[in-house]
Design a protein around this ligand. Sequence first.
Ligand code: HEC
Ligand code: HEC
Length: 397
Amino acid sequence: MNHTTKIITLAAATLAAACLAPAQQAPRTAAQQYKNIQVLKDAPATEFIQSMRFLSTALGVECEFCHQGTRSVDTPNKIKARQMMTMMAKINADNFGGAQVVTCNTCHNGNHVPMNAPKPTGQYSTDGPQVFYKPTAPPVGATDDVMYEAYKEHTEAEAKARAAATPTVDQILAKYVTALGGETAIRKVTSRVVTATVEAAPNVRGAGPMVFTQQVQYSKAPSVMATAIQGFGGAATSRGFDGNETWTQAANGNVAPVTGVDGARAKRDADFYRALNMKQEYTRLTLTGSDKVGSRDVWVVNGAVTGDNPDTLYFDKESGLLLRKGSYNTTPLGKYVINTDYEDYRDVAGVKLPFLIRTLSVSPADTLIVRVEKVESNATIDAAKLAKPAPRQPAAR
Ligand code: HEC
Ligand code: HEC
């Protein structure tokens, strides 16, 4: 893939990494699109490549592990993979009501030959038998009954402590707004111009050095956003939402609407006061537990969205800031997860903004690193920068 096509892909990918078909017409199937599909015949063609990326990462292999020459030629590993797809569908049908519970990743977890024996570590759990110890002494007489009582006490005490320390979703959202600078400061800013350098994989395989582009994002309250991307030595592309319509302009000058889930995601991205409007954006917000993002402890909140898969939001327990947003696309083999991490928050005109935004998924095709260089708050933005552009003639060569 050359730079120009990459930049078009990049524009589409940053708008929304999904490629789900619009719900209206029956989507083209994988069997219609490709030459030799025997198992995933009825899967939407738009989900097929993501399912290939999914299984490659699940097995920890490159595409060539199964594909030699053209992708439609059968190889021993490809045939094995087909059998595995059928086995997986049967396991789910027989045991989980057909839900996508067991996937390639459940067994393989990054190995092409799954480990069928646990690694010897010398203890059953990472907790080890210390969980039975009261603050000072080990349980007296380690019979099963005594151990069981100690274990019950330990787990009950833990559950209690956890419950006492658990905030409500409202508290998490309020802490987030405060961490950003508070609602008053946030509402004082009504427009913003953000200049950033964007680093992306040079092609869908991630082969070769990263490609750099410059991105200028113009946004205005309540909900207008336009992003212009200039490839260094390549053509310009842009995308946006003018409050009414979503659009994207390709390097060849063509302007097209962004439809379906992609369009809906682009509109959500354009909400200038998104941090204040979480309860409007999500139909339901549920605290699902604790986790870590890097070394930070986070609260994990699931946000349901009408007409799209839910987002998973990770809020720093200590600072209150949003450190990660996870979304996923549906594929016939499992969830294709895309995480966006927000790092290096800095104060600009009283509002904290992430200066490093990293998108990481199962394939290098989705890798994107945005490094913010300059932020202008309350700048007057030329209306032409925000408007849907007219198609432009391709530059003469
Ligand atoms: C573990 C084995 C495996 C790996 C790794 C794998 N594939 Fe596949 N691929 C398959 C199987 C199996 C099929 C056929 C699916 C079916 O019959 O339903 C297939 C089919 C395809 C096809 C359709 C070819 C045709 O014309 O019929 C394409 C395109 C493809 N794979 C691309 C990729 C890409 C790109 C990667 C790497 C990101 C990849 N595959 C990695 C097993 C694999
Ligand atoms: C229920 C567990 C399970 C699931 C689910 C599963 N596999 Fe496997 N897979 C295995 C086991 C176990 C082996 C090793 C078999 C052996 O050693 O002969 C294996 C072997 C393979 C191999 C051969 C690898 C080699 O190096 O020989 C391929 C390819 C493969 N699986 C692909 C897949 C794909 C693709 C999926 C998802 C569609 C999948 N598997 C789902 C358990 C599973």
